[in-house]
Design a protein around this ligand. Structure first.
Ligand code: TRP
Length: 352
């Protein structure tokens, strides 16, 4: 076991789809065997953008943990917890907020992108998609901006830095979309150490693992906002139906037409679920079988892991006591590690 520390979290914003699975969770499943890992549900981060709509937060948090466990994340191998169950995070967040220049947060590109997202929701249907993000941002008045973006929202990267620095993470497995946030975490650690002449905080490195490309049913990137997803816990009948609607090579009109598997959504899934995908590639190019047959076979390759997942999920949902115990144990372990860093930080800052 490599004792390098890994920290990563996900916001509980709804069901996990295969894009999320192959982009992150699948990677966590490997890392838990080789590193000391902390994986958490970032429920406080969820509040940075949807604080007025929390009715699904509990359900989504639990659903996320169940999804992780049913996918094979093992509480014996890694620490699984809910961010808000570790109050040390909120305390360190306050302290790190004191040393973070406002400019770093205002310049953060994700802050601007997210503002546009909030903007889109606010003006849904009123403003066309022909405007660029910058144009939309420019349409917001100073007053509107200060109303939709909360203090906590601007502080998103400080909270994320806290999650990471509080466990002295060596590596943080994140997607490219989070690299600006990770850079701020590194800057906060560096600034803290310089300012207080210490080495208490560790500069984390991003761990960008090569992840397979997961396309949605329509061939675009799989994304909830495109409505083209397959959920990790998709019911098998619904999985079958979704596979049948997958986008294929439009030049293949008859079953015997040779086709090009690159750019065929069905083929991208064969690559993920069918060990003999190269054989399938050759058959497709030779026009040896039709798309319907190819889809039916894909379903048979995918079906077992979905059945297995759903079986485990049902089992877990029946035992709420067990789930609560996992989260209680996880937060106890996370709090122990967090409290240690927090007390070092306070000492370095000369708090009495
Ligand atoms: N911001 C991350 C995301 O949206 C979630 C997150 C919160 C996170 N804290 C983190 C990821 C710490 C890695 C480490 O995906």
């Amino acid at each position: 076991m490599d004792c390098k520390i890994i920290v990563s979290g996900m916001r509980p914003t709804g069901k996990i789809h295969l894009g999320n699975f192959f982009g992150a969770l699948n990677n966590w499943l490997t890392l838990q065997n080789t590193h000391k890992c902390f994986f958490f549900v970032a429920d406080l981060h969820a509040l940075t953008t949807a604080s007025e709509k929390t009715e699904d937060l509990t359900k989504n948090t639990l659903d996320m943990v169940v999804t992780w466990l049913a996918s094979g994340l093992d509480p014996e191998k890694c620490t699984i917890f809910v961010q808000s169950h570790v109050p040390e995070v909120s305390e360190l967040n306050t302290l790190l907020g004191m040393i973070t220049p406002l400019g770093w947060l205002l310049r953060n590109p994700t802050y601007k992108e997210q503002l546009v997202e909030i903007f889109k929701k606010k003006y849904a249907g009123q403003i066309g998609d022909d405007k660029t993000a910058a144009e939309k941002l420019a349409m917001l008045t100073e007053k509107e901006l200060s109303e939709i973006a909360s203090f906590g929202f601007l502080g998103y990267p400080v909270l994320m830095a806290t999650d990471i620095l509080i466990h002295k993470a060596t590596y943080v497995p994140v997607g490219q979309d989070q690299s600006a946030h990770l850079e701020i975490s590194r800057e906060i650690a560096r600034r803290f150490n310089e300012q207080f002449n210490t080495d208490v905080l560790v500069e984390p490195k991003a761990l960008f693992t090569k992840v397979p490309k997961v396309t949605g049913l329509d061939g675009r990137k799989m994304s909830k906002s495109y409505g083209n997803t397959i959920e990790v816990g998709e019911d098998v009948e619904s999985l079958r139906k979704k596979i049948m609607t997958m986008f294929t090579d439009p030049n293949k009109k008859k079953a015997t037409d040779p086709a090009n598997p690159d750019g065929c959504t069905v083929f991208t899934f064969h690559k993920l679920y069918n060990k003999d995908f190269e054989k399938r590639c050759a058959e497709c190019k030779a026009g040896a079988l039709g798309c319907v047959a190819c889809k039916k076979e894909l379903f048979e390759y995918m079906r077992p892991s979905f059945e297995e997942f759903n079986r485990k999920k049902q089992e877990l949902l029946k035992d709420r006591t067990y789930l609560d115990k996992i989260l209680a144990d996880g937060s106890a372990k996370a709090r122990e590690s967090a409290a240690k860093t927090l007390s070092e930080v306070k000492k370095a800052m000369k708090l009495y």
